[in-house]
Every structure is written in C-alpha cells, then in structure tokens.
Design a protein around this ligand. Structure first.
Ligand SMILES: [Zn+2]
Length: 82
C-alpha cells in the first residue's frame, strides 16, 4: 500500500459482515474549479453521489465548467459569431 499520510487521501474504516475490519484509502474530493482560469466555482457541490447531478451545478450553459466571467466571454463570442 502506498503512503496514506496525504492531505488528498482519506482513510475509511469498514467492518465486513464477518466482523473483520478493513481499511480503505479514498481520495478526497477537490474544490471544483473553472476550466479556464482555475478559480474555485461557487454554487457547485463537492459531494460525489449523494445529490443528483443537475442539483450540483448551475443550470445555465457552461454551468459547473466555467466561472461566470469566463462563461460570459464565451456567451459574447457565440453571439458575435452568429
Ligand atoms: Zn474562469
């Protein structure tokens, strides 16, 4: 097993039905960032599978991918291309 003493990994203790305790190493979820400027995206949930995908991020185009400033640039570029 590789080193588990890392800030990006989380140790998970699980008991099997037979009572045997095992340890998992799970990666911690990072902060969602903008695909262009790498700024942290507000309004985007970190949790992996507890919330529906549509409820995790803004419902506008590029929601959850680009920040508001970067998506505004893309909206303008798309409107000018037409
Ligand atoms: Zn951005």
């Amino acid at each position: 097993m590789k080193s588990i003493k890392s800030r990006h990994k989380r140790l998970l203790h699980v008991k099997t039905p037979t009572g045997k305790a095992i340890r998992y190493v799970r990666r911690k979820l990072g902060v969602p960032v903008c695909a262009d400027c790498r700024a942290a995206l507000p309004g985007v949930a970190r949790s992996s599978n507890l919330i529906a995908r549509t409820k995790k991020r803004p419902s506008r185009p590029f929601g959850g991918v680009y920040c508001s400033g970067c998506s505004r640039i893309r909206f303008k570029a798309a409107a000018r291309a037409q």
